[in-house]
Design a protein around this ligand. Structure first.
Ligand SMILES: [Zn+2]
Length: 243
């Protein structure tokens, strides 16, 4: 979850009206059909736990796990990958953007889980800012919706910093609501996180190379390194309500 999410629609509108020139000066590049590198961004980390709810693990732990799985799958599909973090560390948003903008011919994929006051709210959301990222965002959302019990909250534009300041096509995936009993509980399952990573990976491969070429079936059970990461992250997690 990004904390500015509630202000997105108004802020996004104001930004769109006021800053056409800054969009131009950003020099956005359309690499959506040529990219060889995928920058995988695990949301939050370190002192920033993201959403912490009792139904599932802290957001920073599950974003890292999904990102690591996604990273492995993309490498198996012959992409070059760069992770903005690969452990439980705090990385400022601007630094994440800089890492992405330094990778030529790339796309940027940020992994998050969502939060809401109303526990009944559930579903996947995929965000973009650059028009060059619309197609990738839609494809990721479509693939996520093929998961059993998936609920659709749509493909949306947003003013998130990792999207707004990105030179290359950049999307942010909200992989379900940790505040929802069902989706929060599922986020705690390694096989469910593997499936999430698989769907996102499939979408990225198809966006680049076309439909029907993806060949990296999900593996059940986490790799040993992820088990250790989960255990340590779980032990250090702050109590609900401290974020
Ligand atoms: Zn988040």
């Amino acid at each position: 979850m990004l904390r500015i999410a509630t202000a997105v629609s108004l802020a996004g509108l104001a930004w769109a009206l006021a800053s056409c020139s800054s969009t131009e000066s950003l020099g956005r590049k359309n690499t959506s059909r040529t990219f060889r590198t995928v920058v995988v961004d695990a949301g939050h980390g370190g002192r920033d736990s993201g959403t912490v709810r009792r139904f599932g693990p802290p957001e920073k732990a599950v974003t890292l796990d999904v990102a690591q799985r996604l990273n492995r799958k993309l490498r198996e599909s012959q992409f070059r990958t760069v992770m903005t973090r690969n452990s439980d560390v705090f990385i400022p948003l601007d630094q994440r953007v800089d890492i992405g903008n330094r990778q030529g011919n790339s796309v940027f994929v940020s992994i998050h889980f969502n939060d809401a006051r109303r526990r009944g709210i559930r579903g996947f959301e995929t965000y973009y800012s650059s028009p060059y990222a619309v197609s990738l965002a839609r494809r990721i959302q479509q693939k996520l919706l093929t998961m059993p019990g998936a609920s659709n909250r749509g493909v949306r534009t947003a003013n998130f910093r990792v999207l707004r300041n990105a030179v290359y096509p950049s999307v942010l995936v909200e992989c379900g609501f940790l505040s929802n009993r069902n989706e929060g509980g599922r986020a705690g399952s390694s096989s469910y996180r593997e499936l999430l990573a698989d769907k996102i990976s499939e979408a990225i491969v198809e966006e680049r190379y076309g439909t029907g070429v993806y060949d990296a079936p999900p593996r059940l059970g986490p790799p040993p390194s992820l088990l250790r990461a989960e255990n340590s992250a779980g032990g250090a997690a702050p109590a609900a309500g401290t974020r």
